[in-house]
Structure formats: C-alpha cells, structure tokens
Design a protein around this ligand. Structure first.
Ligand code: HDD
Length: 737
C-alpha cells in the first residue's frame, strides 16, 4: 500500500492509462481537458445574484481530496480492512462518511413539475410603469435585475422525457432590490381547476395510476379523463393541452403566463388587476405529435439540451414581459370573472403591454444546487404587487412553501444560495434544521436588549415595508363559489375557433389519441358529450375515431355565447396565424458521406450560420469525412441523429457520396421521416437521386427542395420561417414513415 507523500493510491491505478509515466501532479492532468462552460465565462456580465453565488461556488481543480471535515485523504480506492482479504473496519471514517453521504443524495422530487431545467439571466425594463406599480424593477427604462427561470413538465417524474404532451411550467424568480418576487406561471394561460382545494384530486387523477404507477409523463389514461369528464371547468385547459401547445418545440418557443390574476399597486396605493405574460423572442413553435413521441426515446433530454446548448452557443433565449392591465370598467365589460383561473382575457380585447425583456445567458454550474433546490412560490411578492381574490391563487400561497419545507428539509431553505435574496435578511426566526447563519443578539420583538432591531419599515413610495393593499370586504362565511364561475364552454370554443385549420386538426387528433387510450367506454362518452357542448364538428370528428355516434340532442346543444363578441376567435391564441416565425436557434441535419461536394457544403453551412441556424454535419460514421476537396467532421451518425432532432434535413450531393447514401437505410429513413413530420427536406446537386430511391420519387413540394446549394438553402430558409410544410398534411397521412 502506498503511504508515501508523493504518490497516492490513485496514481498507481491511473499510471497505466497515462502510459505508465510517473504521475505527479495527477488530478489536474485528468480534468484539464474539460472545456470551460461558455455561458459561465466572464463575457456575460455578472449580475448581483451571480456575484452572490460566487461566495458559494467551489472549485475543485488543483485541490487535495478531503473528508467533509477537511482531512486530506491518502487512499480513496480501497476500504480499510484487515489484511488483503479480511473484513472492513468500522474506524474507516472516510468510507463510512462517503457511503452515508451517497445514501442520502436524493431528496423528495417535486410532487408536480418534478422534471425541469433552469437558467440564470437578467431582466431589463423597457418603460416605466410607475403610474400603476411600485415594483422596483419597472420604474426606470434600462434598469436590469437578475433572474433565475425554471421550465418544467407537470405530470412526469424527475427522469421522465421532455417531449411528452403536457402543460409546461414557466417559473421566474426576480431577485429585486426589495426582495424576491416569483411569477410561478405555465405555458398555457388557464388552469384545470378554479379552487385550490381540488388540486390534490386533480394531481392524483393525472399522475400515474395508483395500482401500477403507469403511465409515465402522460395524461392518456382513465383516471385523468375520468376526472376531466366529471369536472367541466377543466375543459378549457384540456383544449390547450390537446392542441399543439401541449408539445412545444422548445422551452425557448413557449409563451409564459401567470394564469392567475394579480394586482399592481402604485405609490398612491391605487390597485389594478393584472395578468403577466412572457412572449418568446424566438417565436412560438410546436412539435408534431408522432415526432414528440419518437423524441422521448431518441433524446429524452431534448428540451433540456436545447436550452443548455443555445445558451452555450451564445444564442441567449429571450422573452418579452407583458402586462394585461384590467381596470374596473374593463372588468364589467368582459362578461366573465377574471378571478376564475379557467378563463383568459383575449388579447384583442385587452392587449398585452410589453414592458421589458428577460435574457437567459448563463447555465447553472450545478443542477442540484441550483435547478433542483430553487424554491418558487406565488406568495413571494414585493411592494408594488398584491394578490387578487382568485381562489386558486389564495390556496397556492400556502402550498408552495409548505411543500418546500418538506422537500428541502425544514424552514431554512431560504438560506440555500439559489434561494437567497440579493438584499439582507433580518428577522427573529431562529434555529431549525440546517441553519447556516450565526445570528447575534436577541431573537424577539419588542426588545430593549438591542434597541428593538431589526425594526419594521413603514410603507413608502420606494424602499418601504410591504403592506397589503386595503380592501373593503363583507360576506357570509361559507363554501360557495361565485355564480360567475359557472360557465365552462365559451372559452374553449373561443380557443378552438382561433386556431388555423391544421392546428384544429392536430387538436382533434390529440383528443382522439388520448381518448383512444382510455379503457372505460363511459369515460370516453362523457368527454365526447362535453366536446359537443363546445363545438359539434369537433365532437363528431373525435367521436368517429372512437366509434361513438352523437345523439340528436348532442348534435343540437346550444352554441356557447361568443367571448367578448369574438365570433371568429382571437389570432393571438393561435401559434401560427400571425405568419412567419423567427428561425434563429433552429437546427438542420446536413447529411454527407465521403466524396460530398465541398463547395456545396460550404455554401449551405455559411448561409445557415448567417441565420444563426446550427448545421449538424452527420454521415454514415462519426469523425473525419473526406469531401471532394478536403475534410469535414461528422458530429454524429445518420442513425444517431435522426430527423426528429432537427428542424430540417439537407442532403449534400457528390458522386461517391450520393452513391453511398442511396443504399443507406438510415439516410432514406431520415428522408422519409423528415418528410412525414412536415419538415423541409433538401437535395443539393445529384443528391436528388437519393429521393428517387424512395416512395417519394419525382415528388416536389414547397419543402421538398432540389437544386444547387445556393438555391436550395435560400428556399430552405423561407420554408423554415413557416415552421412546417403544413399543406403536406393530407399526403403524409398515407405514408408509413
Ligand atoms: Fe403549482 C409547483 C405552476 C396551481 C401546488 N406549480 C409548480 C411549478 C409551477 C407551477 C411552474 C414548478 C415550480 C418550479 O419550477 O419549482 N401551479 C402552477 C400554476 C398554477 C398552479 C401556473 C395555476 C395557476 N399549484 C397550483 C395549485 C397548487 C399548486 C392550485 C396547490 C394548491 N405547485 C404546487 C406545489 C408545487 C408546484 C405542490 C410542487 C413543487 C413546488 O410547488 O415547489 O406546491
């Protein structure tokens, strides 16, 4: 055994790997090849929060291995035992500590929203909102504050795939100069229930079924649809989840909504109701359902990696921040209750006023320490904001900190670095599990021992203490809900009418798929009955896929009243009705083989780069590929990076290359699959011969593009702006893959 001062046990074991040379020093050699994270580099301006986190960041490079008590360790490879074959010894404090720490590594996952990804960034104010709110970060244009955002799915466990059909969480922590303010929102503007008391029932129904714990990451099962069919208030949110909104292309291409109505309060103590919105600068976009399901196997971390990679590439995701301010007069003319979280406020009636922008520019250093331990709560508000009487919001204000005390092990989770505000914290709360601070002085108030510090601060226009907005209330104590919460069909109808034809069709397919997985026929029938109350054509289409026939009475249900007189819908509710979408940050699979035309490849790569689109070079094998006049590097194989992971596919021609790819099954599969998922599929030069080897021989459409490199790439960029080749839908239904 090595007990000397120069070589260690690890030195002995890695020496052969390093060519048997004397190993000294050793750890830094092993890790020096790890490239530094670009997003963590100083090119990104450090925010106050980032500077605060510096105090807690631990760099291990060049440091000796120690126990948690700081004792340097000479051997981390073998347990202390008697002789070479004898039993282990209890006095091996290092082995015992190491195993005990490992045994406790997992903490309870979030009861919902367990699967998620986060990023640091900053928020910048565009314009002063002083007239409506004291919120410190909305006073002066140009002011910036740090934020941390966590995106998530709702239903699945921590290890579930990213691209399941689900609502997405969109939670933002603003580290303001007056404390932490959280907007714990979703990617869908409405919620399944109106009153927080129903949340456990809803979650039990949607989570994997209790007897066998399936299905994972899916709502396509009996208990979910049983609940929905008996709870018509959930229908509106279900409409959104069954539409393309339930399968976003990326976290970067989702809208975010506070869902609940809040209040903004100004320095005159005047309050207005408000809903908060996030608008993705990258544009809105979704996946195709078949594609989403395939990605769950091909790359279960698809959204997580997309967020991470775009930040590392310097293509920082941005979201504009908007407010929908509702005056008392507006409230009266809307015709529905803005305190009902199953209702949205149409943007064509009350426009979203854009007041700032959030930029996500830094990946976390440690997933557990930051993304897993961050604790959001709708009750985390600061001066300038207050709660509305929305009964869902009222219940939420309790549930989050309660679950966090359990999940994060006690009341002191606010001292975990990611949760600390960037302003000082002083109070009389003490002790408990994992207290990190050494607080001096008396722990009660009033006190004369320390001049009664820390003291209250009266409310002020700026920098004052938080005080709740005063409101006159009177009423009987009871468990009734307001009759204004009773209507459930007008808003789902508004949403359905707002969609483009292909979005409507996707929603019908979404319903058909999910209800097709439901075993109990009476549950399917009840859902179809609810659909008939919203739109007869939709109900007939879904019913047909389930061999259900609508009764005459179901066909003649009264048409719900239009919301705010919007008989044709509201364009803002559709993903695609407003025309071209931004394409910066998209990815294209560029397929080559040995002999591929170097000039064509260069033209395509350069044109895509100009649009900030990533070209992933893929080939029958990874590594060096010999082109017509040099080499290129395939970052993945055609099989390893299928079309479902890209937004478009380009085949580069070249005599030998085309000859190889024509007989390559993975290449032809990529072509057909990309086509099936309505993606542009392009052929440069003689690569068109690959197309002619498939069932699509001779076929051309807007997105099946053939020609020289410059022509192809120009057309490709134009088609990508439409996101998909939607007109292809009827044809692809007849194709196998
Ligand atoms: Fe919730 C987590 C969003 C209703 C109780 N919720 C959670 C997260 C998001 C939302 C984004 C994950 C935050 C993170 O990334 O850590 N929840 C919503 C929205 C709702 C909503 C937009 C409707 C407007 N939630 C809601 C109700 C209750 C909860 C009515 C209970 C009364 N939500 C929770 C929770 C979670 C949570 C159980 C799980 C983990 C956590 O809080 O920290 O307390």
């Amino acid at each position: 055994m090595n007990t000397g001062t120069k070589k260690t046990a690890l030195d002995d074991s890695i020496a052969p790997l390093l060519g048997g040379a004397a190993v000294e020093p050793h750890y830094s050699d092993l890790i020096s090849h790890v490239p530094p994270s670009k997003s963590a580099n100083s090119s990104v301006q450090a925010t106050e929060k980032s500077k605060q986190l510096d105090h807690f960041r631990v760099e291990n490079a060049g440091q000796p291995l120690t126990t948690s008590h700081g004792v340097k360790i000479a051997n981390n490879q073998q347990t202390l035992r008697v002789g070479e074959t004898g039993p282990a010894l209890m006095e091996d404090f290092h082995a015992i500590e190491k195993l005990a720490a490992f045994d406790r590594e997992r903490i309870p996952e979030r009861v919902v929203h367990a699967r998620g990804s986060g990023a640091h960034g900053y928020f910048e104010c565009y314009k002063s909102m002083k007239h409506v709110t004291k919120l410190s970060f909305l006073q002066n244009p140009g002011d910036k504050i740090p934020v941390f955002v966590r995106f998530s799915t709702v239903q699945g466990f921590r290890g579930s795939p990213d691209t399941v059909r689900d609502v997405r969480g969109f939670a933002t922590k603003f580290y303001t100069e007056e404390g932490n303010f959280d907007i714990v929102g979703n990617s869908i503007p409405v919620f399944f229930i109106q009153d927080a008391i129903k949340f456990p029932d809803f979650v039990h129904a949607v989570k994997p079924e209790p007897h066998n714990e399936v299905p994972q990451g899916q709502s396509a099962h009996d208990t979910f649809w049983d609940f929905i069919s008996l709870q018509p208030e959930s229908l509106h949110t279900v409409f959104w989840a069954m539409s393309d909104r339930g399968i976003p292309r990326s976290y970067r291409t989702m809208e975010g909504f506070s869902v609940n109505t809040y209040k903004l309060v100004n320095d005159q103590d005047k309050a207005v109701h408000v809903k908060f919105h996030w608008k993705p600068v990258q544009g809105k976009a979704s996946l195709i359902w078949d594609e989403a399901q395939l990605i769950t196997g091909r790359d279960p971390d698809f959204h997580r990696k997309d967020l991470w990679d775009s930040i590392e590439a310097g293509l920082f995701p941005q979201f504009e921040f908007g407010v929908q301010i509702v005056t008392e007069e507006d409230e009266r003319r809307l015709g529905f209750d803005i305190l009902d979280a199953t209702k949205l406020i149409p943007e064509s009636v009350i426009p979203v006023e854009i007041v700032g922008k959030m930029t996500l520019n830094r990946n976390p250093d440690n997933f557990f320490a930051e993304t897993e331990q961050i604790a959001f709560c709708p009750a985390n508000i600061v001066p300038g904001v207050d709660f509305s009487n929305d009964p869902l919001l009222q219940g939420r204000t309790f549930s989050y900190t309660d679950t966090q005390r359990h999940r994060l092990g006690g009341p002191n989770f606010t001292e975990i670095p990611i949760n600390r505000p960037v302003v000082p914290v002083h109070h009389h709360q003490r002790d408990g599990m994992h207290q990190m601070n050494i607080v001096k002085g008396p722990n009660y108030e009033p006190n004369s021992m320390a001049g009664n510090w820390p003291r209250e601060t009266p409310p002020k226009p700026h920098g004052g203490g938080f005080h709740s907005h005063a409101m006159m209330l009177a009423g009987m104590k009871n468990r009734h809900h307001s009759p204004s919460f009773d209507e459930h069909f007008s808003q789902p109808r508004l949403y359905y009418l707002s969609l483009t034809d292909f979005e409507k069709e996707n929603m019908r397919s979404g319903f058909s798929f999910e209800l097709g997985k439901v075993q109990k026929t009476h549950i399917r029938q009840r859902v179809v009955d609810l659909l008939a109350r919203v739109d007869t054509d939709l109900a007939i289409a879904v019913a047909a896929s389930l061999s259900i026939e609508l009764t005459d009475s179901q066909k003649n249900y009264p048409v719900p009243d239009p919301v705010c007189g919007l008989t044709k819908g509201d364009p803002a509710l559709s993903l695609y009705s407003s025309g071209d979408v931004p394409i910066a940050g998209r990815r294209v699979n560029v397929i080559v083989s040995d002999g591929a035309c170097a000039d064509s490849l260069k033209t395509v790569e350069e044109a895509l780069k100009k649009e900030h689109i990533t070209a992933d070079i893929i080939a029958p094998r990874v590594g060096t590929i010999h082109t017509s006049s040099g080499t290129t590097t395939a970052s993945d194989s055609i099989c390893g990076r299928p079309s479902v992971l890209a937004d478009a596919v380009v085949f580069i021609g070249g005599d030998q290359s085309t000859k190889t790819l024509k007989v390559n099954g993975d290449a032809k599969h990529q072509l057909m699959e990309g086509f099936k998922h309505l993606k542009p599929v392009c052929f440069v030069g003689n690569a068109v011969e690959i197309l002619d080897e498939t069932d699509l021989k001779g076929k051309r459409d807007e997105g099946l593009i053939v020609g020289d490199a410059a022509t192809v790439v120009e057309q490709l960029i134009n088609v990508m702006k439409k996101h998909r080749v939607w007109d292809r839908t009827p044809l692809v239904k007849t194709l196998p893959a």
